[in-house]
Design a protein around this ligand. Structure first.
Ligand code: AMP
Length: 215
């Protein structure tokens, strides 16, 4: 199965993707994770992406399309994938459509997680992440240990630079302006399924499974 997950930053895409890949035995492709890894590795891509990300802006489309083209060409995508954080603009959505057409593999569904802005700001300000393995925590619903060390891997648990209040506001504005039109793009293609993203991760996952199983 080939899925795209849409939703504002903090709508729960990463958490949902982690459950979907286990259930469907497909791979998780998070462009945010790929960029954060490039920053950690100090690559040219990482140097180019770091300032853009810290300002809550988007990395240029041609760079993102190159990343996705390379990633989707790998053997582990043969069984399917869930794209998390891509496409984020209309040119990216068009680029993905052309790329998949050239590979003769169709997208099955685009799931859009609907969450209010208030819930997003509250979730993102409380989000903490393990620097080593990327696992998410939340100060309210899933607090990290008092020493901020992840017992699973020993990594330090921190707040993402782009989860600071000023950058959150910028990211939400960028989402409304550049990524919401992508929902319309997929609505026209009759691939879009809008899902209520409020509630616990189990509740949201249950809603999605019912949709996937019904189709
Ligand atoms: P995320 O982890 O998906 O919230 O992404 C974090 C940041 O990485 C975003 O705010 C963007 O700066 C950058 N980014 C991730 N995916 C994309 C994309 N598809 N296009 C442009 N920038 C992206």
């Amino acid at each position: 199965m080939r899925l795209v997950l849409l939703g504002a930053p903090g709508s729960g895409k990463g958490t949902l993707a982690a459950r979907l890949i286990q259930h469907l035995k497909i791979v998780h492709i998070s462009t945010g994770d790929i960029l954060r890894q490039a920053i950690k590795d100090g690559t040219d891509l990482g140097r180019e992406a770091r300032d853009v990300m810290n300002q809550g802006q988007l990395v240029p489309d041609h760079i993102m399309l190159d990343i996705i083209r390379e990633r989707l060409s790998r053997q582990d995508c043969a069984n399917g994938f869930v794209l998390d954080g891509f496409p984020r603009t209309i040119p990216q959505a068009e680029g993905l459509r052309n790329l998949l057409a050239s590979m003769t593999v169709p997208l099955d569904k685009v799931i859009s997680l609907e969450v209010t802005s208030e819930a997003i700001v509250s979730r993102l300000s409380a989000r903490r992440v393990c620097l080593k393995c990327g696992r998410d925590f939340n100060l309210n619903t899933n607090p990290p240990p008092a020493d901020s060390v992840h017992p699973g891997c020993g990594g330090k648990i921190v707040q993402r630079d782009d989860d600071k209040p000023e950058t959150i506001r910028k990211r939400l504005e960028v989402y409304r302006r550049q990524t919401e039109p992508v929902e319309e793009f997929y609505r026209k293609n009759e691939l879009l399924i809008e899902v209520d993203g409020t509630g616990s991760p189990e509740e949201v996952f249950g809603r999605i499974l019912r949709i996937i199983d019904a189709n």
